[in-house]
Design a protein around this ligand. Structure first.
Ligand SMILES: Cc1ncc(COP(=O)(O)O)c(C=O)c1O
Length: 277
């Protein structure tokens, strides 16, 4: 469990965790309430990576919904506006928080670490000062205009994704798929950024990728574990990550986006069935 990992990290490396960034992967909200409890107990900050999950929610037993990126159980959340994401501005993203302190800091870092909020501002309205080193992370007005339109369409685009997930789910219950792949549970609050199937025999994953590709269907592997990348490999002292390895070796993201037509989806199901039969 995460708690065991926290205790292990503290014991082995003698450092306290400052921040944990749970990823609401594929559009399924991370267990944020549980992580929030641990954050209070072990005193760390939580920044949800909600790049895949705007519009997703967790539902409590009494039917109350808590949305991903709402920062109800976290200190902040980040959302990517990359072209393949739910809200696309071309590029860029947003940091969300309910903390005015974090918000001010993020605003300052977005613009070179410069602030106009000083004790001079009444007397000298032109005055500004750089109080730390930041970047130019400003979204342009044109990008923002694009994003605002996409936010309006978020609900309908998630609905479309939901019906695609439902169709995959019922197709994969058929005999040619049974026992060979596992598909993700059809959760109500899922935002379905990705539809990731898992091959029970991991050797089939790459074969399926090529079989589909040769028939004009592009799939993808999300993701290669961080420690396998050359840059990060240098920062890990031979870690042991069986969960990440098992996921990585078996996962394949099949087409999932609001513009996917019924005919296209039926073709994906047919070709995958041909491969597995
Ligand atoms: C889960 C997740 N987090 C973060 C990012 C990075 O987003 P960006 O490239 O907009 O910084 C991505 C990009 O694909 C992502 O999938």
């Amino acid at each position: 469990s995460l708690e065991e990992r926290l205790i292990h990290a503290k014991k082995k490396y003698n450092f306290n965790i400052g921040v944990i960034s749970p990823v609401s992967l594929a559009g399924k909200p991370a267990p944020l309430a549980k992580i929030n409890e641990l954050a209070k107990k072990y005193d760390f900050l939580v920044v949800e990576d909600a790049s895949h999950s705007p519009g997703a929610y967790l539902e409590s037993d009494n039917g109350q919904k808590t949305y991903s990126a709402s920062c109800e159980w976290t200190d902040a959340a980040t959302v990517s506006f990359h072209p393949v994401k739910h809200i696309c501005c071309g590029e860029g993203g947003v940091v969300l928080t309910n903390s005015s302190e974090l918000s001010k800091r993020a605003e300052r870092l977005r613009s070179h670490g410069i602030t106009r909020d000083t004790d001079q501002s009444e007397k000298r309205p032109w005055y500004y000062e750089q109080v730390e080193l930041g970047w130019n992370f400003r979204l342009t007005d044109i990008q923002a205009a694009l994003g605002i339109e996409q936010v309006k369409r978020l609900g309908s685009s998630i609905q479309k994704r939901h019906s695609i997930a439902q169709k995959y789910d019922s197709a994969f219950a058929e005999s040619e798929f049974c026992g060979k792949i596992d598909c993700p549970p059809l959760l109500e609050g899922h935002a379905w950024h990705l539809y990731v199937i898992r091959f029970r025999q991991s050797a089939l994953r790459d074969q399926a990728y090529h079989f589909l590709k040769e028939r004009g269907i592009t799939t993808q592997v999300h993701y290669i574990p961080i420690y396998r990348h050359p840059y990060h490999a240098g920062h890990h002292k031979g870690g042991n990550f069986p969960g990440a390895e098992a996921y990585f070796s078996s996962c394949l993201s099949i087409p999932m986006h609001p513009a996917l037509t019924t005919t296209e989806q039926e073709e994906v199901i047919k070709v995958l069935g041909d491969f597995l039969r």
